[in-house]
Design a protein around this ligand. Structure first.
Ligand code: AMP
Length: 240
């Protein structure tokens, strides 16, 4: 059966708007972003996934990013912002989108504010919904544990955890049967660098967004489902 026709106004009411997921590497941003994207029917935009795709395709951006990512440092703002700008211009972002891993610096946050204010989504429903920033807060000891136990599917991007969310068959993705991998930057030495980078560059963003009244905090220590429920409650409360 065809979906009933919806007026622009009704669509505008339903627009989820722009969402940013903040949190240290391993806090669960990717896992939660996928669940939110599926629940609200909006795209997940993971700058880490986009960059890894550039590396795989060996594009000029991928060539510049590869070594930086391997060291656990940040790819320059200008390159990442350009990549995000292109993705946000796609039609599926009209009703809203969830950014996972972006912004990661105050300069990137300022760029995003500027684009939203300048009508990046001009005339489209999502523009009318203010930016919501969800910070998944979590203890450092737990982060290292989670990152070393993380396995990902190189084909579909599904994320597993050997302890809390293992695949049905060891080493194989439940969704497409591909062999799971450990991300190169999930090795302990790189994890330590990524956490230092996070503290120096990304943690100041919580203040940045708090001052603007956009920040909501969620405890990231629970199970995937507990955190997902907390995120859904937050988003649904906002919509009412
Ligand atoms: P992630 O998958 O989000 O953990 O990102 C993996 C790596 O990609 C990071 O360690 C950075 O090197 C790079 N990266 C991802 N997002 C950004 C961003 N917003 N700004 C700069 N570098 C990024």
């Amino acid at each position: 059966m065809d979906a009933p026709a919806v007026s622009v106004d009704a669509r505008a009411k339903r627009a989820t708007g722009p969402i940013v997921l903040l949190g240290a590497p391993g806090a669960g941003k990717g896992t939660q972003a996928k669940l939110i994207a599926a629940h609200f029917g909006i795209p997940q935009i993971s700058t880490g996934d986009l960059l890894r795709d550039h590396v795989r395709r060996n594009t000029p951006l991928g060539q510049q990013a590869q070594a930086i990512m391997g060291r656990g440092e940040l790819v320059p703002d200008q390159l990442v912002c350009g990549m995000v700008e292109q993705r946000l211009a796609e039609k599926d972002c009209e009703q809203g989108f969830i950014l996972d891993g972006f912004p990661r610096t105050v300069a990137q946050a300022q760029w995003l504010d500027g684009r939203l204010q300048a009508g990046l989504l001009r005339g489209k429903p999502a523009e009318k919904v203010p930016l919501l920033v969800i910070d998944i807060a979590i203890d450092y000891a737990l982060l290292v544990q989670r990152l070393t136990a993380r396995r990902t599917c190189p084909q579909c991007g599904a994320i597993y955890n050997l302890q809390s969310n293992p695949p049905h068959k060891a080493g194989v993705c439940d969704l497409d049967g591909a062999n799971l991998i450990t991300r190169k930057d999930d090795q302990e030495a790189v994890i330590v660098e990524r956490l230092k980078t996070y503290e120096r560059e990304t943690l100041p963003l919580t203040n940045y967004y708090q001052q603007r009244g956009a920040l909501r905090r969620i405890d990231g220590a629970g199970t995937v489902e507990q955190i997902a429920q907390a995120v859904r409650d937050l988003l649904e409360r906002r919509g009412s």
